[in-house]
Design a protein. Structure first.
Length: 349
């Protein structure tokens, strides 16, 4: 996916300044990264968004991210794009994007300085720091952490809404870091860190140029994909990614009997066990999972000792996994907005 470049950055900058003197012009250096240029909805003007500012110093519209989300009116047929601009800081809160608030973009300046963090664990569905139920959600340049530690399931991000995209984000925890739950999703230039099943769920997701870092001392697993039948279209595709870490880990193990994961054109360090894949104490799944590798490289990519029930994909077999068509991306991935306006003020009651 190429960069989205507007024809007139100077003109856009003037528009933003005219809408709000408090809105930092540094946003412009972040608006044009890695977003596709089409959408399934013709009723929404994706070039223009209502701008909501979050700033802990009190100079924004809200001090907390969740407050900004709650200010957006619920509307399943939303015809308006909302852009929540989070100023640098450490935001200690849980955030939920409800199902009735689609078309929200949550954006920081850069992930290293804009951090959303919480500490909760032992329950897969209740632990996430960020939970996304709404469709057409975009997250940009944020670090999202669950600091619970090694004591059990501790999700940093749960994505259960359709058509969600993450760009330049850092997502960290230990177990079940990213619950890539359901729907079509896209991750680009993200750093994802964990030890046990740290990318799990049953979504149809494409990870492009992401850095996956394992903390597992031994017998960890990067993925635990949950596809439960041969007819489901779900699966995790890793395209041009980088796999690093300490200790030893597997590329994946099957949460569902028909688990599907493919690594293509990716650098695989020696953190990956020579066997590559694990059947999760259920030999029957060897006959139904789909675990493939295609033109990967690095010391951990040697397939000489790979389990026989994994695949070295041919060119023809790999083709279906090598583009955004796998997630229907041409229908819903959208460019960053180039014009902004303030949210309408509510009338006093």
């Amino acid at each position: 996916m190429g960069l989205y470049i507007t024809k007139s950055k100077h003109y856009i900058l003037l528009i933003i300044k005219s809408q709000s003197s408090r809105f930092s012009s540094s946003l412009q250096s972040h608006l044009h990264s890695s977003m596709a240029s089409s959408s399934s909805s013709s009723s929404i003007d994706f070039s223009t968004a209502i701008l909501i500012r979050v700033d802990q110093s009190g100079k924004g519209d809200f001090n907390k991210i969740q407050e900004a989300i709650e200010s957006i009116p619920p509307n399943l047929n939303n015809s308006q794009l909302y852009f929540i601009w989070v100023k640098p800081g450490v935001y200690r809160e849980k955030v939920v994007i409800p199902v009735d608030k689609p078309y929200i973009t949550l954006s920081g300046t850069k992930a290293s300085s804009t951090i959303l963090v919480w500490s909760d664990g032992k329950d897969l569905l209740d632990s996430p720091t960020l939970t996304v139920f709404a469709s057409d959600f975009v997250c940009r340049f944020l670090t999202i952490q669950n600091k619970f530690g090694t004591g059990g399931q501790a999700v940093a991000v749960r994505v259960a809404g359709d058509n969600a995209a993450f760009y330049g984000c850092v997502i960290t925890s230990y177990q079940d870091t990213l619950l890539d739950d359901d729907g079509n999703h896209y991750f680009k230039n993200c750093y994802i860190e964990g030890a046990t099943d740290f990318i799990c769920g049953n979504a149809s997701s494409l990870y492009e140029r992401c850095h996956l870092h394992s903390l597992s001392p031994k017998n960890g697993s990067i993925t635990a994909q949950k596809r439960t039948s041969a007819t489901e279209k779900s699966g995790f595709i890793f395209l041009g990614c980088k796999l690093t870490g300490s200790g030893l880990t597997f590329l994946g193990r099957p949460w569902g009997a028909y688990s599907r994961v493919v690594f293509a054109y990716s650098f695989v360090s020696d953190v990956v066990a020579p066997q590559g894949w694990n059947e999760w104490r259920d030999p029957s799944k060897k006959d139904t999972v789909y675990y493939g590798e295609y033109k990967c490289y690095g010391p951990g990519a040697d397939r000489k000792k790979r389990v026989k029930w994994s695949k070295q994909l041919s060119n023809d077999e790999a083709t279906v996994f090598l583009s955004k068509d796998f997630i229907g991306g041409k229908e819903w991935l959208r460019p960053a907005p180039s014009h902004f306006k303030n949210a309408p003020k509510s009338n006093p009651t």
